[in-house]
Design a protein around this ligand. Structure first.
Ligand code: SF4
Length: 294
């Protein structure tokens, strides 16, 4: 499914209201992510007709339709390859992936690694609730060892993936973690991510109030710590040490940011002997859709 929007004049964050209302459970952390993204978009003057939201499957799956911009609802785990294709076809677009922990790190884990090392100029917001919510509460790749769920009644034997650590080691050029219970800091992070040219990963701790009774708002408030202002975000080694600090607290803030040439810049570089003309404007896309639907 996809949605294409016209150019509009945005005055406030309310103008980013999508064509559908969120169906999330009352209190779900995803509400805060969506409203933070709308407020940041209004602050930055983001033009909906030049923005594409891509979402996959899970409670995050319909996020694209809750935000006024072009949108694609793609297959499970395929947010990043679809977003990459959009960015390569039209590098001027702001392309934002909205994906859950299962969508981005289980079935989409392979794409995650390769998008990071390629430094594709897209933004990925991981709505990380440490559980599969849409399918009623199974353990996910970010669930803690021993986590009791319907699919792990004696506790999960698996150990969790840390999206921040993976992003740093795979080559993402912007890596941050936010918490949906701290919208002000989340908005600062999202603003920096959108302003970053390369692949930006924002792992957002987003409580699932219906199925995850361990990682609640209260639990996160007791277990997070803000990254100190003097942390050097240009130093990869410091970022990795911070991610594995092992003091029992989860760091929140920007771990790492360093601009380097993006995948689309390298692919479309006129000096690149393998360069192909990938640019494909909206009119051509509509022509292609019409051709294919004959
Ligand atoms: Fe949010 Fe959990 Fe409800 Fe899904 S099941 S909408 S993650 S609270």
């Amino acid at each position: 499914m996809s949605e294409i929007v016209e150019k509009v004049k945005i005055k406030t964050f309310k103008d980013y209201e999508g064509y559908k209302k969120p169906f999330w459970c009352p209190g779900c952390g995803d509400f805060s992510i969506l409203s933070s993204l709308k407020k940041v978009s209004a602050d930055l003057g983001i033009e909906p007709s030049k923005t594409v939201l891509v979402s996959g499957i899970g409670c995050s799956g319909k996020s694209y339709s809750f935000f006024y911009a072009n949108g694609v609802h793609t297959l499970h785990g395929r947010v990043l390859p679809v977003a990459t294709g959009i960015k390569l076809a039209n590098p001027e677009l702001l392309v934002i992936g909205l994906s859950g922990d299962g969508d981005s790190l289980a079935i989409g884990g392979n794409h995650f690694l390769h998008t990071a090392r390629r430094n594709v100029g897209i933004k990925l917001i991981i709505m990380n609730n440490q559980i599969y919510g849409l399918t009623k509460g199974q353990f996910s790749p970010t669930s803690n060892h021993g986590f009791v769920t319907v699919s792990s009644p004696y506790g999960s034997v698996e150990f969790p993936i840390d999206p921040v650590l993976i992003s740093l080691s795979a080559g993402a050029s912007f890596v941050a973690r936010g918490f949906s219970g701290e919208p002000n800091s989340l908005m600062e992070i999202l603003k920096a991510a959108i302003n970053h040219k390369g692949f930006a990963v924002v792992d957002v701790l987003s409580p699932c109030v219906t199925y995850n009774k361990i990682n609640t708002y209260e639990w996160y408030r007791e277990n997070i710590k803000f990254i100190p202002d003097n942390h050097d975000t240009s130093d990869l080694k410091s970022a990795i040490l911070l991610a594995i600090s092992g003091d029992g607290k989860i760091p929140i803030g920007i771990f790492y940011r360093k601009e380097r040439r993006t995948y689309e810049e390298l692919i479309l570089d006129s000096n690149n002997p393998c360069k192909v003309d990938l640019y494909c404007g909206r009119d051509r896309v509509i022509e292609l859709i019409e051709e294919l639907s004959k």
